[in-house]
Design a protein around this ligand. Structure first.
Ligand code: FE
Ligand code: FE
Ligand code: MG
Length: 165
């Protein structure tokens, strides 16, 4: 733990760590939901959907890396067992039991919308309190906004394709 780096945090560090553990759990679940979705997805325009889901999976994994770095800087310990993710998650996990493209896209859009709400809240909580965490959260939020738009564009393509038949 960086002692000086921690003293500049103008909020309860334990409380902040609790929020970061929850976000960290969301990211691992989002990673897996995208990753497994990219493997099982079926239906029209599958190749484009697979490419986007695969890329998003790696980006979610990177979010967990950013959060872990900050958690450790603050003297915390990230959840050490996957079982903890389901207990801590804000956004949950939706198994792609129906692998049709429309369903997989809708499930992931829902996840992104939840992530946007969570990070926007975290941005408000850390604003003027912890600039380092704020900056990480802002970076992640920007990418979640991009993810939502990417998926909605793919869903729109799917719907346009269906109308032509
Ligand atoms: Fe993420
Ligand atoms: Fe995302
Ligand atoms: Mg994308």
């Amino acid at each position: 733990m960086g002692t000086k780096g921690t003293t500049i945090v103008g909020m309860d560090v334990k409380e902040l760590l609790g929020l970061l553990y929850k976000a960290f759990s969301d990211e691992w679940l989002a990673y897996y939901q995208y990753w497994i979705g990219s493997k099982v997805v079926r239906g029209p325009n599958k190749e484009a959907v697979i490419a986007e889901l695969t890329l998003h999976a790696t980006e979610e994994l990177n979010h967990s890396v950013l959060l872990t770095t900050r958690i450790i800087q603050l003297g915390g310990t990230p959840p050490l067992a996957p079982a903890e993710w389901m207990k801590l998650t804000n956004c949950g996990y939706e198994a792609p039991t129906d692998p049709f493209v429309k369903n997989v896209l809708e499930q992931n859009i829902k996840g992104e919308q939840c992530a946007i709400t969570v990070y926007n809240k975290l941005l408000g909580i850390t604003k003027d309190k912890d600039p380092v965490t704020y900056n990480i959260v802002l970076t992640i939020l920007q990418q979640e906004v991009e993810h939502e738009e990417d998926l909605q564009a793919l869903l729109e393509d799917f719907e346009l394709m269906m109308r032509r038949k």
